[in-house]
Ligand binder design. Structure first.
Ligand SMILES: Nc1ncnc2c1ncn2[C@@H]1O[C@H](COP(=O)(O)OP(=O)(O)OP(=O)(O)O)[C@@H](O)[C@H]1O
Length: 299
């Protein structure tokens, strides 16, 4: 369990994290989603005691990270896969981690197998690792203490498609066994396929949070017609809010049945009608974070 309450971080006059409150529950994968610079890494660094908060609290398993008796046994952390000692081999890094937190040495081989790093790769120095290999080693280090909680900043960065699938299965399995997973990403699709719960941050503030299913349901209905102007007018007249997509489709804030009936009553033929799902979530994400997108509302 991770609990964040009214967390604020100021750098001089700039507020990077602004009154952030959310929690990540056991048995669930919580996705922490937001555009570049939204405050994800800062929030995660505060969680693990690397950055002091200006105000508010962040606790893991009911305590501040620094107060956990042996944090490595309770919380697995991967914030920056490139921050590993470049001159050591992967095996050495895991061996040091195992000794530091007091787990048996045979966990090293177990973890190497778990993240699919070969014997030969484990003997190479980390400076010669690809980004994906560093991520795998970082995951192995996070898991070596058999923790209850995982805090991972952009863990899929640099992984190939098979690696992303592997990561997804690994985190799913971890949560299914009762673990708490918090992972950040600025990639919506990545979060959408893996997360049970989603927390969206923009400009240091939480702009949406809830179960993925609820967020997807709130994405509404995607509807298409040869006459989108007439369709939009009919829906608006019926009190249904619509948003125009780039490709002529409309996203309506109502369920498919209501949208279909309204179009039928108005005599506007519909050529496509379905739950907006992923496309809708992407639009919601862009709308919610529009102020903070470098590309502005045009994105
Ligand atoms: N030490 C610091 N001093 C001043 N500003 C900082 C410092 N660390 C972070 N910031 C600022 O705080 C904001 C949030 O940064 P953060 O790294 O938390 O974003 P992020 O959501 O993780 O972004 P990304 O997806 O790009 O990794 C940014 O504007 C960043 O420049």
């Amino acid at each position: 369990m991770i609990t964040i309450e009214s967390l604020t971080k100021r750098y001089g006059g700039y507020t990077a994290v602004d009154q952030v409150t959310f929690s990540a529950a056991p048995g669930r994968v919580t996705g922490f989603l937001g555009p570049n610079g939204a405050g994800k890494s800062t929030t995660m660094r505060i969680m693990v005691g690397l950055t002091p908060a200006s105000s508010g609290t962040a606790t893991v398993l009911g305590r501040h990270y620094a107060d956990l008796p042996n944090p490595g046994r309770e919380v697995g952390v991967l914030l920056d896969a490139s921050a590993q000692h470049a001159g050591r081999t992967g095996r050495e890094i895991l061996t040091v981690a195992a000794r530091t937190i007091g787990v048996p040495k045979d966990r090293v081989d177990e973890m190497l197998a778990r993240v699919s790093l070969t014997e030969e790769e484990a003997g190479r120095r980390v400076r010669n690792y690809s980004l994906g290999m560093r991520q795998r080693l970082g995951i192995a280090t996070a898991l070596i203490g058999d923790p209850e909680v995982l805090i991972l900043d952009e863990p899929a960065n640099g992984l190939d498609p098979a690696g992303i699938r592997w990561m997804r299965d690994l985190l799913r399995g971890f949560a299914d066994e009762g673990g708490t997973v918090l992972l950040s990403s600025h990639l919506l699709h990545e979060i959408e396929v893996i997360a049970d719960d989603i927390v969206v941050i923009g400009n240091g503030r939480i702009v949406a949070e809830g179960s993925k299913d609820d967020l997807l349901a709130s994405a509404g209905t995607l509807v298409r017609s040869d006459d989108p102007v007439a369709l939009a007018a009919a829906l608006t007249a019926a009190g249904i809010t619509t948003h125009t997509g780039g490709d002529g489709a409309l996203r309506a804030e109502a369920d498919a049945a209501a949208v279909g009936r309204t179009a039928f009553a108005a005599g506007v033929p519909v050529t496509e009608l379905r739950a907006a799902d992923g496309a809708g979530l992407e639009e919601i994400f862009l709308e919610l974070t529009a102020e903070t997108q470098r590309e502005g509302a045009a994105a």
